[in-house]
Design a protein around this ligand. Structure first.
Ligand code: PGA
Length: 267
């Protein structure tokens, strides 16, 4: 089963407009050398105030694909209303987004996001045509006490609850062990692949084999140009969600380039 890989840059709370613009230009000039069919799905997730400084880049070869797509880092499940400080999926679409990261561990940890909220956000994304990138992952304590698989499967079951199989196949899941995020210590590729395969099995149990075969599962946590090739060589890892290394055009472009070398993007 071939799934087009995704290389997504999560800029987190970094880069003011002028910096966002210059990083965007650095990525654009790299992807402009290729057709969309040669590239992985390249996605960038800037802060909300920099969404106006970036835009999706469509392919000029007539394939109707995109060389670069834009993502939100978070959304609210309501479409509008009295929710000070929040942003809706419709607003993200209006600003050029076609993806939205939801349930990142930093949002779960610092903003008390629950599985139930993440499920509502996933449904809101899907109903307005945004692809949710649903994050999951265990803490170091959970890993050391041997509950990783149990914890992650409960996060996935809750996030996908009540979503049709057809919609599940359009979702993206990012497995990001919390202890690997921003630490420089990436999860061993074999182990990351084992967890991604376990997630795919959970998806097949809740949404059927066809959704499990189609859904793309990314790895995230200290992904760098030096780790991507091994990660992308694994059967159940369909791409990467990248924080630190996505903040420099050189390292992000190198990750894209290495992904193109290690797997067939042309699907
Ligand atoms: P990192 O962040 O690549 O800096 O570890 C990944 C993420 O949090 O999405």
């Amino acid at each position: 089963m071939s799934r087009k890989p995704i290389i997504a840059g999560n800029w987190k709370m970094n880069l003011c407009q002028s910096e966002a613009k210059s990083l965007f230009e650095g990525i654009c000039s790299f992807v402009s050398n290729y057709k969309a069919t040669e590239l992985p799905c390249v996605v960038i997730a800037p802060v909300f105030t920099s969404l106006c400084c970036v835009h999706p880049v469509s392919c000029d070869c007539g394939c109707e694909g995109y060389k670069l797509s834009v993502s939100g880092q978070n959304c609210h499940w309501e479409s509008s209303g009295a929710y000070t400080g929040e942003i809706s999926c419709e607003m993200l679409k209006d600003a050029g987004c076609s993806y939205c990261i939801i349930g990142h561990s930093e949002r779960r940890q610092y903003f008390s996001e629950t599985d139930e909220m993440i499920n509502k956000k996933a449904k809101a994304c899907l109903s307005c045509g945004l692809t949710p990138i649903i994050c999951c992952g265990e803490s170091l304590e959970q890993r050391e006490s041997g509950v990783t698989d149990e914890w992650i499967s409960s996060q996935i079951r809750a996030a996908l609850s009540g979503i049709s199989s057809e919609d599940v196949s359009r979702c993206v899941i990012a497995y990001e062990p919390i202890w690997a995020i921003g630490t420089g210590k990436s999860c061993d590729a074999e182990e990351a692949n084992r967890v991604c395969a376990m997630i795919r099995k959970v998806v097949s149990e809740c949404s059927g084999q066809s959704a499990a075969d189609s859904i793309r599962i990314l790895y995230g946590g200290s992904v760098k140009p030096s780790t991507i090739e091994e990660q992308m060589s694994k059967s159940d890892i369909d791409g990467a969600l990248i924080g630190g290394a996505s903040l420099k055009a050189d390292s992000f472009n190198e990750i894209i380039e290495k992904t193109m070398k290690t797997c067939s993007c042309c699907v």
